[in-house]
Design a protein around this ligand. Structure first.
Ligand SMILES: Nc1ncnc2c1ncn2[C@@H]1O[C@H](COP(=O)(O)OP(=O)(O)OP(=O)(O)O)[C@@H](O)[C@H]1O
Length: 514
């Protein structure tokens, strides 16, 4: 929800210059729409009518503008220019395109709900927009649940729709937005305090004492009445909606849905959750007041959409201040995404999960590597990043076990191969280990209790686990059925990297595995 400061500056400036009249509703003083007049461009400079973007670029780089408006103040050396705020011809000499690129890319991966482009969800976006707009413009009360798995883009979609609503001045002026999250507002008292804060009604409430939750909510809503006595619509967005259902008596939900059912105050309640059974969590009286409108989101990204998203995260926009730099950068990114290794990694990451969060995690390392000494993203960065995020913890754990434990793991694998995945017990593993150790004259053969200790350690490391139905506490530990939790490829991988692994063990492992 936090807007980019630069964009905000630019937007407020643009509004300042462009808009000669604005209408506003003063909600608390119950005023009818008023008119205000703001200076037109000609008041800034009578000779030249300035376009907003030109003016913005001047503000961003007052020392270098070419149209002769002098500024008494110097810009700080490190002042950055908002991407959309300047034209290439007016680039500040202090402007460092690489630093700006670094800033833009880092911002993209850190602003979770603001992807450069939204892939899909056009229909859902329109549906949500229409619903909220109807509340804002026609005063229609609504309630809806937005349901989808984690990371499918529910919050992103809501945020984009709210931005769309805010871009419509008539709607923006006419509606109040209240956003709550079940993770923070853990009870109804906290939720009410947050509602009061977001509606900026702390002073109106003052020291008043209310008898019930419903009375407080009604007072808050009444306080938002406009001059013409029509209530100002409120859109409530309840993130992690299922957690609100755990509040005592579900008072908040009951009251919100109750208001949304009554004809007097227009409110729109949107619950966001990843629980499919969320309606079942509602009490009967709450459920009966809910409209049962539900919108389901599923991540249906295809590989090509996934690649396009990756490109959009890495490329610079057409309004980047230094166009030559942006063109070169974008060409490099195009080449990078065409490289076989990068294509392969994107495919592998996609096959693991088509979640956009995974893509952002993959791009974080390469983006953070960009600096003056390393001025572009390389395929090697992407490869390293993939290695870092896909580190196999089980294999990593195998690198730390003792040679005896490694031998036992190989013996277990051998047994699993022989008995076609059937579970094994300690005696079987010990006998397999003994056969191997006795065959190799140079190998030290450990005593049975020592081997047992190593076996138990493997169980503690969760590399093996007792088999379900493999006997209870009455079965002797030597005969307890166990199964192996490591894949053959992980064993092979661990053996390749195991420091100073004896050749005999390597050979034994490859014999039993292949
Ligand atoms: N279709 C999409 N296009 C672009 N970006 C997407 C898309 N879907 C998800 N994302 C990105 O994935 C990330 C996770 O999305 P978001 O936080 O909205 O998920 P969520 O469904 O609200 O998850 P949670 O249930 O955990 O809150 C965000 O960075 C978002 O920008």
């Amino acid at each position: 929800m936090v807007k980019n400061n630069h964009q905000e500056d630019a937007n407020s400036l643009r509004n300042h210059v462009k808009v000669s009249e604005i209408t506003s509703h003063d909600r608390r003083s119950n005023l009818t729409p008023t008119k205000r007049t703001i200076a037109t461009p000609s008041k800034f400079n009578s000779q030249i009518a300035l376009s907003p973007s030109l003016l913005e670029s001047r503000i961003a780089s007052p020392r270098k503008h070419k149209l002769g408006i002098s500024s008494p103040k110097k810009t700080p050396a490190k002042k950055r220019i908002a991407p959309s705020a300047a034209k290439p011809s007016l680039v500040d000499p202090d402007f460092n395109p690489l630093e700006e690129t670094q800033r833009i890319l880092r911002l993209r991966i850190s602003q979770v709900n603001k992807p450069p482009v939204i892939s899909g969800y056009e229909k859902e976006r329109k549906q949500l927009y229409d619903l909220m707009k109807r509340t804002a413009t026609t005063g229609e009360s609504n309630s809806l649940l937005l349901i989808g798995p984690r990371g499918c883009g529910k919050s992103m979609l809501i945020q984009r729709v709210v931005e769309d609503l805010h871009s419509d001045v008539a709607v923006k002026e006419n509606v109040q937005l209240v956003q709550l999250t079940g993770l923070l507002q853990t009870d109804d008292k906290l939720a009410l305090r947050e509602i009061t804060r977001q509606l900026k009604l702390e002073n109106t409430v003052g020291d008043r004492v209310f008898r019930s939750f419903a009375e407080t909510l009604q007072f808050l809503i009444e306080a938002l009445k406009k001059g013409d006595q029509a209530s100002k619509p409120i859109v409530f967005i309840l993130d992690e909606f299922d957690l609100f259902a755990q509040h005592k008596n579900q008072t908040l939900l009951y009251n919100l849905f109750d208001v949304s059912q009554s004809a007097q105050t227009p409110i729109c309640v949107i619950g966001v959750t990843c629980r499919l059974d969320v309606v079942e969590l509602l009490e009967k009286r709450v459920k009966s007041r809910f409209s049962h409108r539900q919108l389901y989101l599923f991540n249906k990204l295809t590989l090509s959409q996934y690649r396009d998203l990756c490109r959009s995260y890495l490329t610079l926009c057409s309004d980047f201040p230094d166009q030559d730099f942006a063109d070169t950068w974008n060409k490099n990114i195009q080449c990078l995404l065409g490289e076989v290794s990068v294509k392969d990694i994107l495919e592998r990451q996609f096959s693991l999960t088509n979640d956009v969060r995974g893509l952002i995690t993959l791009l974080t390392y390469p983006i953070c590597q960009v600096n003056a000494a390393h001025p572009r993203v390389t395929a090697a960065d992407v490869v390293t990043s993939f290695k870092l995020i896909s580190t196999d913890t089980k294999s990593a754990m195998l690198h730390g076990v003792s040679t005896l434990e490694l031998c036992l793991i190989i013996a277990m694998k051998h047994l699993t191969d022989i008995y076609d995945g059937e579970p094994f017990n300690f005696e079987m593993v010990y006998s397999e280990y003994q056969k191997f150790a006795q065959r190799r004259s140079g190998m030290q053969v450990y005593e049975k209790p020592v081997v047992m200790k190593a076996y138990e350690h493997l169980q503690t490391l969760e590399l093996i686990k007792s088999h379900a139905g493999g006997g209870g506490a009455q079965v002797q530990k030597e005969y307890k059925l166990m199964s192996l939790l490591v894949h053959p490829s992980q064993i092979l991988d661990a053996i390749q990297k195991y420091p100073g692994c004896p050749t005999e063990i390597k050979q034994w492992a490859s014999q039993s595995i292949c």
